[in-house]
Design a protein around this ligand. Structure first.
Ligand SMILES: NC(=O)c1ccc[n+]([C@@H]2O[C@H](COP(=O)([O-])OP(=O)(O)OC[C@H]3O[C@@H](n4cnc5c(N)ncnc54)[C@H](OP(=O)(O)O)[C@@H]3O)[C@@H](O)[C@H]2O)c1
Length: 302
C-alpha cells in the first residue's frame, strides 16, 4: 500500500513510499482511508518517530474488513477513526477508536475532527457546566481553537477567542465567538475556563485572567516558548484556581460518534483551512508552520 512514513534523513522528515499492507489484530478493523488530517504536534515532533513509521492519526474511509469477533462496524461502513498509521491507503484501528459516519455527512469533513475534536470536547466536559460561564480559548485560529469555540458556544458559554492578528481571527465570530481579541492584554473581566494551546506568555497571561474557582487546561505549547510566572502569581485569595494537563485520547469511539452527530445536526463545522492531495503534504506543512492555515489540514488520498 501507499503510505507516508517518517524519514529523518530527508529535509521534510517524511516520504511517500510503498509499505506492506497492515494486518488487523483482535478487536481491530481494516480501513481503506479516503481522507486524513494533519495535527500540529505530528509536524512539530516529526523527528521522534523511527524511520519507516507510518505517520498520522486522523482518518476517514470505508471498512474493508470487520473485526474477526464481530464487534464494531461492518465491512462497507463509512467510518471516522483515530489511531497511529492514518496516512496510508490502508490502516488498522481498534473498534473502540472509530465511529460510523451516516451517508448525509461528508467523510472529508469528519476526517479533520478526531484529535482536535476529542481535545476540545474532553477539556470542555471536564470544566463542568458551561451555561453562562466565560470561556477563553487561546490559539483560537488553530484546529483545536476553532472546534473549542463552537463547542463552548454550543454548551452555553460566553466565548472569548484569542488570536495573533486580526486576520487570524477571521471567521471566529461566525463559529460562535462572542469576542475575538488579539493577544491577552485586553482581557479585563476574569474568565471561568481557559483552553490554552499556545504556552509561554499566553499561559502566564491566561492564568492571570482566571477567576477564583476557575480551571485552565494546558493543552498545547504551539509557541514553543517557556512560561515564566511572576512571583506570587500562583497565590491568590478565594476559591482555588486549577491548572490541568490534557492528553487523554483513549477509547475515543463514543466521543467520535458524538462529534459526527454534532456535524450531522449542523452544530459543528470541521475547521478545514487547507485541503488538497496527500502528495502536497510538504506544501501543507509549510503553511501550517508559517501560521497560514486557519484550522486543519485535510489530505485527500487521491
Ligand atoms: N494535549 C493534547 O492531547 C493535544 C491535542 C491536540 C493538540 N495539542 C497541541 O495543542 C496545540 C494547538 O494544536 P492545534 O492543532 O490547534 O494547532 P494549530 O492549528 O497550529 O493552532 C495553533 C495556534 O497557536 C497560535 N500560535 C501562537 N504562537 C504560535 C507559534 N509560535 N507557532 C505556531 N502557532 C502559534 C496560532 O494562532 P495565531 O496565528 O492566531 O497566533 C495557531 O493558530 C499544539 O501545540 C498541539 O501540539 C495537544
Amino acid at each position: 500500500m501507499r503510505a507516508i512514513v517518517a524519514a529523518p534523513d530527508t529535509p521534510e522528515g517524511f516520504r511517500m513510499t510503498d509499505e506492506p499492507d497492515p494486518v488487523p489484530g483482535p478487536g481491530q478493523i481494516l480501513v481503506e482511508v479516503r481522507h486524513a488530517a494533519v495535527n500540529a504536534g505530528e509536524i512539530r515532533h516529526l523527528g521522534v518517530w523511527p524511520a519507516g513509521t507510518v505517520l498520522g492519526y486522523d482518518a476517514a474511509g470505508h471498512v474493508v474488513r470487520a473485526a474477526a469477533d464481530g464487534s464494531g462496524p461492518r465491512a462497507g461502513d463509512r467510518v471516522v477513526a483515530f489511531g497511529a498509521g492514518a496516512w496510508a491507503r490502508l490502516a488498522v484501528f481498534d473498534v473502540d477508536s472509530v465511529a460510523v459516519v451516516p451517508a448525509a455527512v461528508d467523510l472529508g469533513e469528519v476526517a479533520a475532527l478526531p484529535l482536535v475534536g476529542l481535545t476540545a470536547l474532553r477539556t470542555l466536559r471536564a470544566s463542568g457546566p458551561l451555561l453562562g460561564r466565560r470561556v477563553l480559548v487561546t490559539g483560537a485560529s488553530g484546529g483545536v481553537g476553532r472546534v473549542a469555540v463552537q463547542l463552548a458556544r454550543h454548551g452555553g458559554a460566553y466565548v472569548v477567542a484569542v488570536v495573533g492578528s486580526p486576520a487570524r481571527g477571521a471567521g471566529l465570530a461566525d463559529l460562535g465567538a462572542d469576542e475575538v481579541v488579539v493577544g491577552l492584554d485586553g482581557i479585563v473581566d476574569p474568565v471561568d475556563v481557559v483552553l490554552e494551546t499556545v504556552g509561554g506568555a499566553h499561559l502566564v497571561a491566561a492564568w492571570g485572567a482566571l477567576a477564583p474557582g476557575g480551571v485552565l487546561h494546558s493543552i498545547g505549547w504551539a509557541s514553543g516558548e517557556p512560561a515564566v510566572f511572576p512571583v506570587n502569581s500562583t497565590f491568590a485569595p478565594g476559591a482555588a484556581r486549577t491548572l490541568r494537563s490534557f492528553g487523554d485520547a483513549t477509547a475515543p469511539g463514543p466521543d467520535l460518534a458524538l462529534l459526527v452527530d454534532l456535524v450531522a445536526r449542523g452544530v459543528l463545522r470541521a475547521p478545514i483551512g487547507w485541503r488538497g492531495s496527500w502528495q502536497r503534504l510538504g506544501e501543507a506543512t509549510d503553511a501550517l508552520r508559517q501560521r497560514r492555515v486557519a484550522g486543519k489540514i485535510l489530505l485527500d488520498l487521491d
